[in-house]
Each structure stands twice: as C-alpha cells, then as structure tokens.
Design a protein. Sequence first.
Length: 277
Amino acid sequence: MTLLSDFGERDTFVGQMKGIVLSYCADATLVDLTHLIPAQSIFAGALHLGAAWRSFPPRAIHLAVVDPGVGSERRPLAVSFGNHTFVLPDNGLISGVLGGESPERVIELAIPKDANRVISRTFHGRDIFAPAAGHLAAGLDIESLGEEVHPDSIVRLEIPTSRVDGDSVVGEILFIDHFGNAITNITRADVSRFAGSGGAVACGWFRAGQISSRYQDVEPASPVALVSSMDTLELAVREGSASSRYSLQAGMIVTVHGPGITSPNESEKPGASSAEG
C-alpha cells in the first residue's frame, strides 16, 4: 500500500493513518510516496499520484489524502482503475491517474460505525480513508466499503496539455521538483518531432540549444533540457537548480522548436552576479 499526503513530516498525522491501517491488516506493507505535497494543493497531489502509481504491482492500494474540503459534503471514495485501488477524497485528486479514461468502479465510502471512535471533522485521513484502505489490505472487496456511484460523477481537474503552434510545441511548467528541475507537460511524443534537428527550448531566461539525452551532455552548471523519468520534458541545470538560477515557476510557458534560439545576455539575466553554481 502506498501513502501520499500534504501532511508533512513534523506531526504524527501520517503515523496515525499507518496505525489505523495496521490495526486492520498487521502485515500490510506501507510505502510513503510523499507527504510533502504543498499544503492543500490538490493539483500537485494529482500529478505526483499520477506519476507514481504504475511503479507498483497489480492490486496495489493507494491511500491519498490532500483534502482541503475535509468535513464538507465532498465524498470519500474508493476507485478501481488499471487493476489498482485508490482511496481518496472526491476532489480531483484521482485526475492524474485517470487522464482521459474512466475508472472501472467507484464506491462512495460508508462512514465507519464504531461506538468507541468519534469521526473527526478535520482528520478523515485517519477516521474514514485509513479504515477503508485497511479493510482492502485485509482482503475485503471494494463493493463492501459503501455504495457504488457512476464513474462520470467524480470530480476531475483540468490538467493542461501541450499544443502545436506552427513549427513549435508550446507547454508549461507543471511543478518544480526537489532538485529545482522544472517538470513540464511537453511529452516525449511532443519532442520526438525534433529528432535530428536540435529542439531548442526556451522558458523565461532559460535556454537550451537542443534536447539532450542525459545531464552529462552539458558542462556542470549549464542548462540542459531532457525527457525526465516522468516521460515529459524537464528543464534542469547540471549539478544546480534551474528554478533558482532562472526563476522558473509552475505555470510558466515553455516553447520547443528547431535550432536557432540564442541565449540571453548573461550579464542582463536577473541574479547574474550571484555565485550560484
């Protein structure tokens, strides 16, 4: 079972969820995807969940809680898709997993009835989602967790996609990773059109004259664009932070086209006097 949340690592929230899961299935294997999703960022949670779930074997259970609407009328769900099961709030968090596809089954979770436990209105991760995930880990069928609802009724986020503009592909930065690399929505298929012609990349002050195959294709501290492990275009600085050096942020426009982009004057780049390497 995997766990993903925006709970951070300072408090005991994640540990409490794990304790509940283990109380239903003591031999469950629990894998933390991340608990450092930006607070209340459903979009970031959806992207990271979508990037990670396929790395796990069939029948894996994914407990994901980024839930700014906790205590409201939003539904708690168990979703079956691709021979995996996702336990999460109905707020669009499943969007990165589904893409444009439909889930096989969607169950609205029944509220646990336990005379010894009060359901908190602020911590459904522990009191609703973790018990459901624990039941699944113990072997219960998804149908036993509540009432089935129509797959088309679930909330979906609109995750931006790249587009072709003349001889260019235009996309945007989706998020910045731990290393300061900018992960975009420009796919491997998008950049394959530039095979053999360079594929120059521009985003703000960032410039790369071609799409490389590895970080080592450029000198240390140099900008590099390459297809990331997420199968999308990544803007990086070898042994440095592209985000810090070039002030890259989520939402910035990224353009890829044939060779010929010239680099900006380094003396004019913001922060050019910095000693950052």
